[in-house]
Design a protein around this ligand. Sequence first.
Ligand code: SF4
Ligand code: SF4
Ligand code: ZN
Length: 148
Amino acid sequence: MKKNLIAPCGMNCGVCIHYLFMQHDVNKQGFHRKYCPGCIPRGNNCTHMGDRCDLLGQGKVRFCFECKDYPCKRLKTLDRRYRTKYHMSMVENLEYIRQHGEETFLKKEAEKWRCKKCGGVVCCHNGLCLECQMDVLLRNKRYRWNED
Ligand code: SF4
Ligand code: SF4
Ligand SMILES: [Zn+2]
């Protein structure tokens, strides 16, 4: 996992479905999904928040915690959605990065999302490792976290 995959809002793009779809080039297997190289690499800064926040949209802060309004209402709403559905929290990530730095955060993330079967990366959006569980996704293209 790489530093430039940490989005300003605290998202780890390395576990995002659009990033992992790109890495595994799933469209070659009959999918029609959006690929994304990550907020920072694509030069857009945070796509979750960029169109709703000028500071992020113009790349003026590296992380939301540098902003005087942090954590703003929009970030909290996004955070709530991710806590409920995707087993992660942007605000928790940001707090961790602020206290321990990006390197340590990435080590923790690698541990958290490591596939127990093959060592691949588990996606936060569907709970699948595309390295060894592609068959699950092929059976149900809308599969989300243990719901078949
Ligand atoms: S879709 Fe958003 S969260 Fe996913 S990799 Fe792209 S910028 Fe990151
Ligand atoms: S915390 Fe600040 S920088 Fe982050 S989305 Fe909210 S207003 Fe924008
Ligand atoms: Zn795996």
